[in-house]
Design a protein around this ligand. Sequence first.
Ligand code: PMP
Length: 359
Amino acid sequence: MSRSYNFSAGPAVLPEEVLEQAREEMLDWQGSGMSVMEMSHRGKDFMSIAAQAETDLRELMSIPANYKVLFAQGGASSQFAMVPLNLLQGRKGADYINTGSWSKKAIAEAQRFCEVNIAGATPKGEFSVPAAETLQLSADAAYLHYTPNETIQGIEFPYVPDSGDVPLAADFSSTILSRPIDVSRYGVIYAGAQKNIGPAGLTVVIIREDLIAEPMAGTPAMFNYGTLTGADSMYNTPPTYAWYIAGLVFQWLKRRGGLDAVAVVNERKVRALYTAIDQSDFYNNPVDPTCRSWMNVPFTLADAELDATFLAEAKDAGLVTLKGHRSVGGMRASIYNAMPEEGVQALIDFMAEFEKKYG
Ligand code: PMP
């Protein structure tokens, strides 16, 4: 067996310990005589797996008791619709901050249901976030939505926008669990699992209880937060195996010392990688240094003609899925929690060698 260092933006690397435990338990989960994949979601074995995962996530993120946690489906993309459908509550509009590709998708979806006021935006061609004091919130917005980490542009907010009494909704898909956050600042937090949580197919939603109310008329049951929370994420058959793996990831994070400890490691990883990029004339990261992502690091080579060679030689060195998103070009190294420090160091060493050879 040979595992590569996988820098994919998602689905992404999972902790090796978690995969080994899943393999160990694949055919017979803890004496149950069956795989987790084969269990009824309403049986006591799966119910215990589900409950433990929620307890562990609550502990890791210090989720206050007045928040519900959903283990849902439909990806972050469904949340782009669920947030307006459930949070508009008769209001005409919502505020959105536009910092990149995923903000734009959220905005486009919200525009199907309401007027979107752009409270702040990254200027075209720039890689930055609008300064906190420049945000222009409208008086009667139902909520303020933003994308704390833009997976494609590699931009991460260095601050939490102040939305006052208006609920703050945040797409944490690519940065959840990378460091501690203050959940009480948010109305709704959501994340597709396939980056820092577990396998694709699971979507985690954390929502303040008082925001759960009758959604817009015509909202499908599966898009109604009340239906899903009222049934403890089991209104229909949930993505049981993904939920189980997410639970193993939460336990792995706890064994590592929780999010404070994880953040220390993540900070070391990003510091090493950005330093390597900044110290070289051959590599460039376009993002304003005050808002560089901890999880997704795009970079270009001085000569784009070398991109294919870089990717091929990186692959031979066991470093895979480094191709950048087509809209940004160059490379992108996603270094989620499960990417070991050795993986980041291997990338840095490879980049230095490559520069020596071709730079
Ligand atoms: N938001 C962000 C920040 C993302 O990175 C992604 C996926 N790359 C999405 C939303 C879309 O997520 P999903 O595929 O789970 O719908």
